[in-house]
Design a protein around this ligand. Structure first.
Ligand code: CMP
Length: 144
């Protein structure tokens, strides 16, 4: 059905001037951006966003990286938006992401992998609410 998912254009992609490239791919696929903002994530927001990874050995590196520069955060909406976005992103590790995917075309390392997308409907609901107030998510018609 119709879903919403959170995407983050990570600091590596912003630094490399790839914001438009990443958003354009999602838009061309037919996904609709219903919320969008640029921000510099605080440590507490990063820790809340990545709470499920708190016990991982890479957690502190992950928080340091995602707070190292500005990000672009958005909500994309469409049929099966969560799975479609994850398929377009490729694997977490860019090394095993096929060419044609966002990471397979634009990234090389697991930490600097250009984009985050919610991993499940539960994660999407939690992450969208963490970054956006309800009134920041807009309802409008768009042609595919
Ligand atoms: P993301 O989808 O943002 O969610 C968790 C992130 O942890 C993941 O993308 C990777 O960029 C990052 N990460 C860093 N190191 C590792 C690792 N060793 N294994 C998995 N994810 C990692």
């Amino acid at each position: 059905g119709l879903e919403r998912t959170l995407i983050i254009v990570k600091p590596d992609a912003v630094q490399r001037g790839l914001i438009g490239e990443v958003l354009a791919r999602l838009e061309r696929r037919g996904l609709k951006l219903v919320a969008l903002k640029m921000m510099w994530m605080s440590e507490s927001l990063a820790e809340a966003h990545y709470a499920e990874h708190r016990e991982k050995e890479f957690f502190s590196d992950l928080v340091r990286f995602i707070t190292s520069g500005p990000v672009v955060v958005g909500v994309v909406e469409g049929p099966n938006a969560i799975e479609v976005t994850r398929t377009m992103m490729g694997e977490t590790n860019p090394a095993t992401s096929p060419p044609g995917s966002i990471r397979g075309d634009l990234a090389l390392t697991i930490s600097q992998n250009v984009i985050h997308g919610s991993s499940s409907p539960e994660a999407a609901q939690r992450e969208v609410a963490l970054f956006f107030r309800p009134e920041e998510i807009l309802s409008y018609e768009r042609a595919i």
